[in-house]
Structure formats: C-alpha cells, structure tokens
Ligand binder design. Structure first.
Ligand code: G1P
Length: 303
C-alpha cells in the first residue's frame, strides 16, 4: 500500500513565551538564538532535512520578525556581496530559498489544538507534520525524518515520544502505550499534563507529530481541556479510538529550549559542537570550572 508523501509541516508559533520573560516581552521566543541560528531555524532545518517543502507558520501578534527572517533581505545581501563575504551571503540566501513559507494568523491564544486547526485550509486533504519550536532535537537522523519513516511503514498517525522523569510528566502529553517492536508503541490513549499519580506511562510527546487530515473534524469539535485550552492531545485521543496511532521513541538528544535552563544547556552544547567556536569555548569552560580565582577569560576576538 503506498502512502502519500509528507510535504507540509505546521509550526505553531503564536505562544507568548512566558517561560523566558522578559526576553520575550517584545521579541518572539522562536527568535531566541541558539549560538547563531534562532530556535525556529533549527526546527525548520530539521523539517527541510526530512523532505518538507511547505512550511506553514501559525502566528500571532509580535511575530512579524519570523516572516522577515525567512524572507530575502536584499539590502543585507548587497552589503555582503560588496564586502566580499561570499560564504555569509550564500548562508543568508539559503534561509529564504528552497522552500515555500506561508503564514496564517491565530487571533486568540486558544491552545495548540486550535493553532493546528487554523492551518486546515493550507493543509487540505493530505497527511502533514506538526513541529513545536521549543524542542530542538540533535540527532544523526533528524527527529521528524524518523517519524516519517515510521509513518511510511505503519500508515497511521505517529507521535514522537521520549521517556521523561516520572515527576515531570505533568509538563507533557503522556501516552498510554502497548509495546510493538523496539522503540515503537501502539497508542491506546493519551492524557495532557497528568499528575504523576494519574500518568499511564512516562512516555512524553516531544513536539513532533505526523497526522492524517482526519484530525481536523475532530479538532473542530474538541472542547477546551487542560488550562482552558483546546488541546491537540484531546483530539488525538479521539483519533486513536478510530484509527491506528503510533508512538515512536525518537533517537537523539532533545533540548527544551523554550525554558531558561533548557535554552542555556542547548546553547552550551551547540556551541561546543560548532567547528569555529567549539575549541575556544571549550578552553574557556575548562578554565571557568577551575577553583575560583584561577580562571581567566579566553582571548577576545573581533568579528
Ligand atoms: C505541548 C503539548 C504537549 C507536549 C508538549 C511538548 O505542550 O500540549 O502534549 O507534550 O507541547 O513540548 P506545551 O509545552 O505547549 O504546554
């Protein structure tokens, strides 16, 4: 049986970013940089590498700068060209080419389920991906590509999951799993942010989904749930009653970069892996961790 290709991905980016205030008071949290790429570009690159061609952003107030980031900046390009910075110029052009970006406005923050529903007209009648920009996955095979691979084999909705500490289940959608093969589970139910005592497992949905268009009529009927929001998790629970749904344990290192500590950890890890910054930054950290009084800052360098 052949499965339709996953060509489109929805990026819900209308959230207020309250976990990183005041940095996000006037700037979208999706534009917080992790080393030299904003969070949103990390997940767009992941989607691109997984074969996505249409990028649908569900935006809200104060998010215009995301559009600017993925648009061409002719003035900047001319400047880089004039000053002979060919490599930077090609990087800037790469951001705005190769893909089709569309924007739809979520006028009220009514929840993740509502955000996905806002993209219905742009998705139409085909399966699609949803990617949450808070979570960055560093993996040899991009997180979304792992889900798409499972989707092609199983022909059903696939949710990316990872185990989380039991006391943290109340921060995630948690699946009720039936093990099938190593790392793949049939989803028998889901619950949004349960108390640890009510959680059916510690397998948490980590912001990566491959969904059929049948989710839309369900979302349309979904009533506000946890925190008074229309929850994608509640609609997925209904979908799982009607058609097969799978939870795939995503291989890779995940960072919750929409949280201050998670963002700091992601920044340090990506900086250490960066070929031009890593060695100097590593020296700096090693010096910095020496007993107090002994550390020195690394040499300063001009850009
Ligand atoms: C959302 C989803 C939740 C999922 C989480 C992953 O919650 O509702 O099911 O586990 O993303 O990051 P949020 O973090 O937006 O409250």
């Amino acid at each position: 049986m052949s499965t339709p290709r996953i060509r489109k991905a929805v990026f819900p980016v209308a959230g207020l970013g309250t976990r990183v205030l005041p940095a996000t008071k006037a700037m979208p949290k999706e534009m917080l940089p992790v080393v030299d790429r904003p969070l949103i570009q990390h997940v767009v690159d992941e989607a691109r590498e997984a074969g996505i061609e249409h990028f649908i952003f569900v935006t809200g107030r104060n998010k215009g700068v995301i559009e600017d980031h993925f648009d061409r900046s002719v003035e900047l390009e001319e400047n880089l060209k004039g000053s002979g910075k060919a490599q930077l110029l090609s990087q800037m052009r790469h951001i705005s080419t190769l893909a089709n970006f569309c924007y739809v406005r979520q006028s009220e923050a009514l929840g993740l389920g509502h955000a996905v529903l806002c993209a219905q007209r742009l998705i139409g009648d085909e399966p699609f991906a949803v990617i949450l920009g808070d979570e960055i996955i560093d993996a040899p095979v991009p997180g979304l590509a792992q889900l798409i691979h499972a989707y092609k084999k199983r022909h059903g909705a696939v949710l990316g999951v990872q185990e989380v500490p039991h006391q943290e289940v109340n921060r995630y959608g948690i699946v009720s799993p039936r093990a099938m093969t190593a790392g793949l589970h049939r989803v028998e139910g889901l619950i949004e942010k349960p108390a640890p005592a009510e959680a059916p497992s510690n397998l948490a949905v980590i912001g990566r989904y491959v969904l059929p268009p049948e989710i839309f009529p369900i979302l349309r009927k979904t009533q506000p749930g946890k925190n008074g929001e229309i929850q994608l998790t509640d609609a997925l629970r209904e979908l799982a009653k009607k058609s097969p749904m799978y939870a795939l344990e995503v291989q890779g290192q995940r960072y919750d970069a929409g949280d201050k500590l998670g963002w700091l950890i992601a920044t340090v890890e990506f900086a250490l892996k960066n070929p031009s910054l890593g060695p100097d930054f590593c020296d700096y950290l090693q010096n910095r961790m020496r007993p107090s009084g002994e550390h020195r800052t690394t040499r300063s360098r001009k850009a």
